[in-house]
Structures are given as C-alpha cells and as structure tokens.
Design a protein around this ligand. Structure first.
Ligand code: RB5
Length: 147
C-alpha cells in the first residue's frame, strides 16, 4: 500500500522543530502521523525505528526525523532496509537528495537549524521529485548493498 501520509518522529532535541513542522504541514493541508516523542527525554533509535517501520509497511510514504543534530536519527534510519535517510542543513542538499538519491527520510537537527530554514527544507523534501534515469541505477546499487 502506498499513500501520501508523511511520518514524523523526534527525540527531545528535535521536539520543538517537529512541533513547528506539524503546524506548517497542517497549514499546507498535508496529512501526517506523529510517532512521538512529546518532548520527554528518549532514545532516538527507538523513534527512528517507529518511523522507518511505518514506511516499510506502506503506512507512510516518506518521513521526517528530528533530533539535536539529525545525525543520530540518520544513522539509525539507514540501518533499515528500503530507507534512504539524509541529514540536511541547507536547502540545496534537501532538494538534491530528493532529485538524485530519492531520499525517503529527511533528518533535521533542532539544535542546528532554525524554524525558517527547517521548514524550507521540509517543503523541498515534500515537493521535489526524483529524477530517475542514471540516478535510479545508483539508487538500485544502494539497495543491493542491503543484501
Ligand atoms: C540528545 O541529547 C542528542 O544526542 C540527540 O538529539 C541527537 O543529536 C543525536 O544524534
């Protein structure tokens, strides 16, 4: 099953940016599922796993993970088959990781980027299409590395 529901999850370091993202997505009319946390101190691998499972099951089509730096979430997410997670701190990378890597998870650092930049990256991640072609060959090679 594939759909257009976005998955969100965070640890305590990314909670405020995740809440800003929820408000922004609601204003854009974009459906999402929030897998937590609610601001309490948690371990980021648990929340990366919840989000990645929702994509693997087809419950959500892409996801955004938020922690202090985005790095721990990206490391945890990329342990999952079929997940291509990119930690981004600039709009060029957020656009290119959709166009060239077909990234299905964006990881943001709530202690690295402000709300304005974070929300711009989220818009690019949602709105930019994968180019396919030679990039599909390379993405297929990433998938092959999972085996
Ligand atoms: C939590 O303090 C912090 O380590 C976490 O949010 C994240 O930045 C890890 O990569």
């Amino acid at each position: 099953m594939s759909n257009k529901v976005l998955a969100l999850a965070c640890d305590h370091g990314g909670y405020e940016l995740k809440e800003a993202a929820k408000k922004h997505l609601s204003e854009r009319g974009i459906e999402f599922i929030d897998f937590g946390c609610n601001g309490e101190s948690v371990n980021y691998p648990d929340y990366a796993h919840k989000l990645c499972e929702s994509i693997q099951k087809g419950e959500c089509y892409r996801g955004i993970l938020f922690c202090g730096t985005g790095i721990g979430m990206s490391m945890a997410a990329n342990k999952h088959a079929g997940i291509r997670a990119a930690v981004c701190s600039d709009t060029f990378s957020a656009r290119m990781t959709r166009m060239h890597n077909d990234a299905n998870v964006l990881c943001l650092g709530g202690r690295v980027v402000g709300f304005g930049l974070g929300l711009d990256m989220i818009d690019l991640f949602i709105d930019t299409e994968f180019e396919g072609g030679r990039h599909q060959t390379r993405v297929d090679m990433l998938t092959a590395l999972e085996k």
